[in-house]
Every structure is written in C-alpha cells, then in structure tokens.
Design a protein around this ligand. Sequence first.
Ligand SMILES: Nc1ncnc2c1ncn2[C@@H]1O[C@H](COP(=O)(O)OP(=O)(O)O)[C@@H](O)[C@H]1O
Ligand SMILES: [Mg+2]
Length: 254
Amino acid sequence: MNDSEDIVRLESVEKTFRDFWLRPTVKAVDGLSLSVRKGEVFGLLGPNGSGKSTTIKMILGLLSPSAGDVRLFGLPPRAIEARRKLGYLPELSYLHPFLTAKETLRYYAGLCGLKSAEAKERTTQLLEMVGLADVAGRPVGGFSKGMARRVSLASALVGRPELLVLDEPTSGLDPVSTKEVKTLVKALAANGMTVLTTSHLLADAEDICDRVMILDHGKSVAEGRVSELGTSLEDFFLAKVGDASEFRLAPFLG
Ligand SMILES: Nc1ncnc2c1ncn2[C@@H]1O[C@H](COP(=O)(O)OP(=O)(O)O)[C@@H](O)[C@H]1O
Ligand SMILES: [Mg+2]
C-alpha cells in the first residue's frame, strides 16, 4: 500500500482528558492506528463514548493527541493547506435560525473565499443537489432535522473538499431523512469523494462504507472491508467481540 494514498493517517494515537488540576480523567483514545485511503468511505463505528468524536476532532486539529502522530493529507492537521481540502459535518448542526438556506450557503462560500458570482453558482448547485432548491428562501430555523442536516452537508461541500468528515450524519433523523442523507453520501462517494464517517448504528455503516473500524473504549476491536465480511456487519461484530454484553452491544444495535 502506497503511503501517499493515505488521506488520513493515525499512528498509535492516544488522548487522555485531564481535569482542572491536570489529573488524568478519561483515556478516550488508546493507541489507535488507522488510515483512510483516497476515494474510500471509511466508517469509524462504536457505542456511545467509545472515542469516535475525539478521534475525529484530532484529525481536524481541534484537539491535540496526548501521544502518537496524526497526519491529514500527509501534513499536521493544523496546516492550512490540509484544512483547505476538508469539509466537516459536526455531530450537532450549528445553523443560524434566521438565515435562509441560500444565505447560509453564501455565508460559508464567503468563508471559503469564493467570489460573489462563484458563490452564487455554487449555492444554487448545492441546494439543488441536496434537494432544497424549492425552500432556498426559507429560514433554516423552520426546517425539519433532516432538512437542517442537508443544509449542513451542503455547507461542508461549499469549498469543494477532497475529504468529507461526517460525525454521526444520521443520528436523530427519521428513517426517510436517514435514507436521503445516505443516498447523498453514496452519490458523493460514487463521484470519487473520500469520506470518513462515524456511526453508532451498524446498519447505516453497512450501507455506505467500504471499510470499517470498530472502537470500544478508545481501542480498535475489529477492522475490515465490508464487501469481504461475507456476513452482516452485526454478525461480524458479534464474532469479533464475542460476549456482546461485555462490549455493551445494546446502544450499538438500538
Ligand atoms: N472534552 C472532554 N473532556 C473530558 N472528557 C471527554 C471530553 N470529550 C469526550 N470525553 C470523554 O471521552 C470519551 C469518548 O468520548 P467521544 O469521543 O465523544 O465518544 P463517541 O463520539 O464515540 O460517543 C467519553 O468517555 C467522553 O465522556
Ligand atoms: Mg460522538
């Protein structure tokens, strides 16, 4: 495997959170190594609290690892050249309720440094793509959760990223919205986008990921190519981790 193909690379990464007196409290990520290759959809899976968001935040340069090395496009995650190629959908949407969908995207286009004409064109294109062209002039505060998530997804795409990072893209969505978001991610992947996504739902990951890693207590407990599992992700998970109760399977399948 060619290292230069790695869009994201983690080597023996640890993250220990400390309290006010700098006493270690939680080891959220514990010796994690992984790589995300160009053009694949990589799923970081695991129950709540297993360290998925912490891992994502280190990849984005929002948190520094306590030990180990993180590379984004071969660079430290805080390098501006690396960040420029990144689109991020946070676990919770931070949308301004009084801005319309169009204004929201124009705002992000401005942040990405797009000129007015290009911003306008890109906004129209993206709203069309996420199926919100008809409601482009409505304030996002009145949108359903599914619509809001699609606005956020469109915002993450404004800067034409090479890597799209999605933290729980389907959490809190009803089945119809979930399907819409998954269809969008699949369409992006089919067009060559590299995607790193997290989920605590195996079924969601099974539909969209090429490769998955399962985390528990900040450690990788299983890793595999979805097409080679020869079984459902749920069976794979059970076979790998054995005693389900010990690995707190309930929140995973819930
Ligand atoms: N800023 C923080 N300070 C202290 N502990 C944290 C912080 N962020 C996350 N944690 C803890 O780290 C562990 C992993 O959390 P997280 O990465 O959010 O898990 P996940 O995204 O898989 O649900 C949890 O035990 C969580 O409580
Ligand atoms: Mg999380």
